[in-house]
Design a protein around this ligand. Structure first.
Ligand SMILES: [Zn+2]
Ligand SMILES: [Zn+2]
Length: 282
């Protein structure tokens, strides 16, 4: 399994001199399975350069677009995903129940003239909606088992566990780890879901000092993400959904602090922050 981060930022794209290292595009992850199948998780602004990359590769584009939810930062790039405009492209939308509806709505939102120049049905690609994961919470793509878990996030979201052979990856963005959750699951449910994962990618939009002012926003702080990683026995924790106002230097500080906490807790996991453009093999 190979992962590529095309967008690591939360809430809104944040290009500029201070976000070059960790990136400014919003949520988009490419997962290449051993079987050769490709999964794209979310359609934040990072899906635009991913689309250009796929067209450069030349083959017909055939992807599963796995949606975590339909907040703006997770769908905004889709109208600029150039493969969607090619008749040879096949896109299977799956995951969060409102995923397909959200992708349509950014074209056909009835806001009147001038919002976006084309309608969803004018896209040339074959776009189908697969509901297996939303009904049964699990789905096989070739030999990869994908399992979904509801998240603590306003209007809901799904996190995912991918198991292909002996490799286990968990991707949970837009999730507030808290005892007083109104939706989603309890902290121990997330520990079970992440158990022994090789890689856990988790929301860490806030620092430990900021989180109390942002309770109920549906995001976690880096210390809670680290505690989850340690409790679940994961090998590698990757902090994700960076706050749009966070500079590269500030993210480096968060990485260093979390690594120090892990060392003091005698935990064996490594901690890093997701970097746009980085590739991981597992
Ligand atoms: Zn988000
Ligand atoms: Zn969200």
């Amino acid at each position: 399994m190979k992962l590529t981060f095309w967008g690591t930022r939360g809430s809104i794209a944040a290009p500029g001199r201070e976000t070059i290292v960790y990136g400014g595009n919003t949520c988009c992850l490419e997962i290449d399975l051993e079987s050769g199948s490709k999964i794209i998780v979310d359609a934040g602004t990072g899906i635009r350069p991913l689309g250009d990359h796929l067209i450069d590769q030349g083959d017909p584009v055939n992807v599963h677009l796995l949606m975590t939810h339909v907040h703006w930062d997770h769908i905004q790039g889709f109208p600029f995903f150039d493969p969607a405009f090619k008749p040879t492209t096949n896109i299977t939308v799956c995951g969060f129940p409102a995923g397909m509806k959200g992708l349509r709505a950014i074209f056909d939102n009835n806001l009147g003239d001038g919002f976006f120049p084309i309608q969803f049905d004018e896209l040339s690609a074959e776009i189908t909606h697969l509901k297996t994961l939303e009904k049964e919470r699990s789905l096989f793509i070739d030999n990869c088992r994908i399992e979904a878990i509801p998240l603590n996030h306003p209007q809901g979201a799904f996190g995912y566990r991918f198991e292909e052979g002996h490799r286990h990856l968990v991707f949970i963005t837009d999730n507030e780890l808290t005892e007083t959750a109104r939706a989603g699951c309890r902290p121990e449910d997330y520990v079970r879901f992440c158990k022994d994962a090789d890689i856990l990618i988790h929301d860490a939009q806030f620092t430990e000092d900021e989180i109390d002012r942002h309770r109920g926003w549906g995001h976690s702080d880096c210390a809670s993400a680290l505690n989850l990683g340690i409790a679940a026995g994961v090998r590698r924790l990757i902090l994700f959904h960076h706050n749009p106002s966070r500079t590269d230097t500030e993210i480096e500080d968060i990485e260093a602090r979390c690594s120090e906490w892990a060392r003091k807790a005698k935990a064996s996991l490594t901690v890093e922050a997701a970097r746009e453009g980085s590739e991981l093999i597992l």
